[in-house]
Design a protein around this ligand. Structure first.
Ligand code: ADP
Ligand code: MG
Length: 446
């Protein structure tokens, strides 16, 4: 065995081990054996093709950093699938499997993720009422319910709330609430012990399947098929499915078949909460923590954290810890001192041609009509060229459509203006600053 390559593999494992959870490492990486090393490649023995896929899908770049490369700059690995007796005895696949066979009687739901603890506002009202509808009439209202939105906006919270609510009224229903990762791990475990039929039976006899973060099924074609089969089987029996995702079905890199299935029911989007809702969430979280949060302070925090409810929660945790330790009241000054680094830059405004014209008109003292007109007078033509420069820099529309917004100008006029201003800012510091300020104004204008 070439020691150097052996070291590469060990180094790769150490690198990864520090980055992922123990469970993930145990499930996926520990079973891989370095079977042989050659000078220009490594031979890895994997228990099944899923482990191979997992490795390549998730660590392609890291593998490139550690292992020899092929001519195409991909990691030079040959895979062999081990027969069951060759699986390293250390991982005891069968025993592990018995433990991990799911028992439906116990659903793992976070006890604080309930509808009562979910603060409603315009950004999540629709999703919440869909989730409530599903809880009241599982399998009969929207099936599947597909909830999507950004990180920390309450998708998992709602998914668990559905579980709680159903169990409150119908204790006997067989519910499974799991992450997509857990589904995949379960599938791999069953494959390892050749007990896929048992798993199919298990899943297909559920009444409710709640699946979190379906985006993790992307690029995992083998798992996708099994998921899709389970999905169809449940839907055909009118069993409720709820799925969460960070993207809408059509934006997911999944098979057309699965995307179409996920769009069968109701697709609901959850947006970042508006200011009032953020304040209400902060007050609710503060109450749960037992701290008094004056309205003014709640507004102050809500004005500075706007994209992620988890961060609002983090702010309350930090503030309450500080106030307890220092025996201080939660004032605006204390909030500023303790939370400063959590505060986000103001959200960028979607840039539009109107926004650019408005701002240039204000900052350079010309009218919008003049900006769109054809006067060659310097005090008008110069700001017009600046507006054109900014429009080309800041908008992603086609050049001709941008040019057209300036009273039907040609795309060559736009390019000419852009080149001219680009050159001017190189030597004119004052103009550069003025343009930069205008750009910031356009981006942050609320
Ligand atoms: P996601 O799954 O969308 O990333 P989570 O459901 O994990 O987000 O929510 C992040 C945190 O924010 C959780 O602790 C959750 O309780 C809280 N949270 C999110 N939305 C709300 C809300 N509308 N009301 C109360 N808490 C919320
Ligand atoms: Mg989540």
């Amino acid at each position: 065995m070439t020691t150097e390559t052996q070291n590469c593999w060990d180094e790769f494992l150490t690198f990864i081990q520090n980055r992922i959870s123990k469970a993930e490492f145990q499930n996926w990486l520990a079973p891989i054996k370095l079977a042989e090393t050659k000078t220009s490649s490594v031979v890895l023995e994997v228990p099944n093709v899923f482990v191979q896929e997992y490795l390549l899908d998730n660590y392609q770049q890291d593998l490139c950093d550690f292992l020899p490369l092929t001519e195409k700059q991909t990691p030079s690995i040959e895979f062999i699938i081990s027969t069951p007796s060759e699986i390293p005895t250390k991982i005891e696949p069968k025993k592990a499997l018995i433990k991990s066979v799911p028992h439906e009687s116990k659903v793992s739901l976070n006890s604080s993720y309930t509808f009562t603890n979910f603060i409603e506002g315009p950004s999540n009202q629709f999703v919440k009422s869909a989730a409530l509808g599903v809880s009241k009439h599982p399998g009969k209202s929207y099936n599947p319910l597909f909830i999507y939105g950004g990180v920390g906006l309450g998708k998992t919270h709602l998914l668990h709330s559905i579980g709680h609510e159903i169990l409150k009224h119908q204790k006997k229903l067989r519910i499974k609430c799991m992450t997509t990762e857990e589904f995949i791990t379960d599938l791999v475990d069953h494959l390892k012990s050749k007990a896929l039929d048992k798993m199919k039976k298990n899943y297909r006899s559920l009444d409710i399947l709640l699946i979190d973060d379906i985006q993790f099924l992307q690029n995992r074609a083998n798992f996708e098929e099994e998921f899709c089969n389970t999905f169809e089987s449940l839907i055909h029996q009118n069993k409720q499915i709820v799925i969460t995702s960070d993207k809408s079905p059509s934006q997911l890199k999944l098979s057309e078949r699965l995307i179409a299935r996920m769009e069968w029911g109701l697709v609901a989007n959850i947006d970042p909460p508006d200011l009032e809702t953020r304040v209400a969430i902060l007050r609710h979280k503060a109450e749960l923590k037992g701290i008094t949060l004056p309205n003014k302070v709640a507004f102050y925090i809500a004005e500075h954290i706007f994209n992620n409810v988890r961060q609002l929660e983090g702010a309350i945790n930090r503030l309450s810890a500080y106030c307890r330790l220092m025996h201080e009241e939660a004032t605006e000054d204390v909030a500023k001192k303790t939370l400063d680094e959590m505060f986000e830059a103001p959200p960028k405004q979607k840039v539009t041609i109107e926004g650019i014209l408005n701002q240039v008109s204000k900052n350079f003292d010309v009218t919008i009509t003049d900006l769109k007109g054809s006067s060659r007078e310097k005090k008008i033509a110069h700001p017009r060229q600046i507006a054109m420069y900014l429009a080309k820099e800041m908008l992603s529309d086609s050049l001709s459509s941008v040019a057209n917004s300036f009273g039907g100008k040609k795309h060559s006029t736009l390019i000419h203006a852009w080149k001219k201003v680009s050159k001017q800012v190189e030597s004119d510091e004052g103009l550069r600053k003025q343009i930069l300020l205008t750009k910031q104004n356009i981006e942050t204008k609320r």
